[in-house]
Design a protein around this ligand. Sequence first.
Ligand code: ZN
Length: 286
Amino acid sequence: MRDFSADHSALALNTATLGHNVDGQGAGWSPEQVIDACADRGYGAIAFWRREIGSRAHKVGERTRAAGLEVCGLCRAPFLVGPLAPKPRSAVVDDFHASIDMAAELGAACLTICVGGVVAGSHSMRESLKLVAELVAEAAPRAAAGGLTLALEPLNPVYGGNRSCLVTTRDAVDMVEAIGHPAVTVAVDVYHVWWDLGLSEQLRRLGGHRIAGYHLCDWLADTTDVLLDRGMMGDGVADLKHIREAVEGAGYRGYCEVEIFSSNNWWKCDPNEVLDVCIERFKSVC
Ligand code: ZN
């Protein structure tokens, strides 16, 4: 396992950690401010959200690389199925393509996909997942042409109803194998997989080359909100070293991306402080 105790060049920031994924939250730094603050501190990469980028994808990508950082990802594709997906289905496909094109322009290594919840009236995870697989398979060549991968992120089962019918790493690996396209990968997020004793086995089945990212945070024992009360690494109950061992045991050597949604705590802090704490926790407990 890699030793990060004196080297945090593998650390990446997901800008959701500064509240940039939700309107009206966080300190509202521009992408340029985020890039400079991360570069000054020796972060290796940044994952942005579409709402920050707007029509400036190329410019923000170039600016990031000029500062010595990589763009490790873009969040995210629209929900593909379920109650939160755009309607009608043609709108899903249009927005999915637009998100892929933005990621390509940005020079992002991957586009994250939270697939959306169970299809209304279907009462079926299986049928919903089948529809997701069709949409992802159709979009894979477009992603490959843009030089990125589509990162399927299985979410914690608490989101099964509305945000993701893809709730286990096993199902994500099954989907990647069934689609069988090199541009279809999986993102592993501590918040969603920390409880899963089969994680290591499933990731070995997948292989490190098909792991697009590893997302860091913690699960607070007394969480007050399963969407917006994620914990800083070390403040919760997840076995962070063991989870990283599972990810790296599969061959993953990429970035470890801090992604903390925390409307009542970290989003209220000075972003400078948040970025410093992330580094300290990365070196000491991850
Ligand atoms: Zn994530």
